[in-house]
Design a protein around this ligand. Structure first.
Ligand SMILES: C[S@@+](CC[C@H](N)C(=O)[O-])C[C@H]1O[C@@H](n2cnc3c(N)ncnc32)[C@H](O)[C@@H]1O
Length: 225
């Protein structure tokens, strides 16, 4: 289980390099996956959207082009939010960012039509409480998260290749432990049916399904009532 203080300090420390690292480590594929998440989350033209664990605001900014009345991005790392606000200044976007923990969201019941969380849920310390909070504040939930490929050969190749990137991260940040954490947490985090069961047990959503991406390296989960 991730420790919240450790996670917060890690993301604070890598915040200024986070976007560069994302592009390098995923070879740009995170952009395709995020576009797909936004496409699914906005298919029913939501009016109010929340992006939790927003980081530097990638998902929130992508939604800004979609004529949504209210877009809020929140994250518990103040430095990630500072970087999101710097991006906001450059783009003159109408997205609002705030510091908030996904396990205790400062919003009313069902305030949002849609909530997204991209590469964030794996990192929350209180997973069950956080899923419950996400379902309390929103009518639908869209999650993008790493997982483990089901095919054992592909799984071995994938995680072995990931380990080759380790020196790049050590060079770019003082937190090489962040990369070790990324690999271990992705290997251990429940994915596919197992994660759908967790959503079902800890939320009031009753229509839950998932789409594997790149043979199960990542998954998009959709939950509605
Ligand atoms: C891997 S980054 C993802 C950022 C962004 N959503 C993206 O897809 O690029 C994970 C983010 O989750 C945030 N986070 C982790 N636990 C959190 C929590 N309990 N509440 C709010 N944010 C959290 C971290 O601060 C970090 O910015």
């Amino acid at each position: 289980m991730p420790n919240a203080d450790y996670i917060k300090s890690m993301f604070n420390d890598i915040s200024s390099k986070y976007d560069l690292l994302n592009d390098l480590l995923s070879m740009g594929t995170h952009r395709l996956w995020k576009n797909l998440l936004v496409k699914k989350a906005c298919a029913n033209s939501p009016k109010a959207v929340l992006d939790c664990a927003t980081g530097t605001g990638d998902i929130a900014f992508k939604m800004d082009n979609m004529k949504i009345e209210t877009i809020i991005g929140c994250d518990f790392s103040p430095l990630m939010i500072e970087n999101a606000n710097k991006r906001k200044l450059k783009t003159k976007s109408s997205v609002n960012f705030l510091v908030a923990d996904v396990s205790k969201l400062p919003f009313k019941d069902q305030e949002f039509d849609t909530t997204t969380i991209s590469f964030g849920i794996r990192n929350v310390e209180k997973l069950e409480t956080s899923l419950n909070e996400l379902s309390r504040v929103s009518k639908s939930l869209y999650i993008l998260e790493f997982g483990s490929p089901k095919n054992p050969i592909w799984k071995r190749i994938y995680f072995a290749t990931l380990k080759l990137y380790f020196p790049i991260l050590s060079l770019l940040t003082k937190r090489s432990d962040a990369y070790d954490y990324l690999i271990k947490s992705s290997e251990q985090f429940p994915s596919g049916e197992k994660f759908c069961d967790l959503i079902s047990k800890n939320t009031t959503f009753n229509q839950i399904n998932y789409t594997p991406l790149f043979c199960g390296i990542a998954y998009i989960y959709e939950a509605k009532r």
